[in-house]
Design a protein around this ligand. Structure first.
Ligand SMILES: [Fe+2]
Length: 104
């Protein structure tokens, strides 16, 4: 299927999506980390709020990651634990990747 005509700059869109992905994943880590730092009698509602925010950040990161994958580009590794950092292949984003799997 040919790619629809748009005025969007694929390179900028992918860069923004990768930035969103990185920020959302960082949010998941931070919210969870802070949720483990709460002590005292108000711990339960505060940790619940922080973990709800982590869930929301995770959901947003899934959306951004799925958009990047759907475009055929490679995800930039957002985790500090990743040993290698892959860049988006923005030139691929202008053409749809060849699919090896076929729908049944
Ligand atoms: Fe978000």
């Amino acid at each position: 299927m040919p790619k629809p005509e748009t005025n969007l700059d694929d390179k900028k869109v992918l860069a923004t999506l990768n930035q969103i992905l990185e920020l959302e994943l960082a949010g998941v880590v931070r919210y969870m980390h802070y949720s483990f730092m709460i002590f005292g009698h108000q711990r339960i509602p505060i940790t619940a709020w922080l973990r709800k925010q982590a869930d929301e950040s995770l959901a947003h990161s899934v959306l951004a990651g799925e958009h990047i994958t759907r475009s055929g580009a490679t995800l930039r590794c957002a985790s500090a634990s990743c040993s290698r950092r892959t860049s988006t292949r923005s030139t691929r984003s202008s053409t749809r990747p060849t699919r090896t799997r076929r729908r049944a």
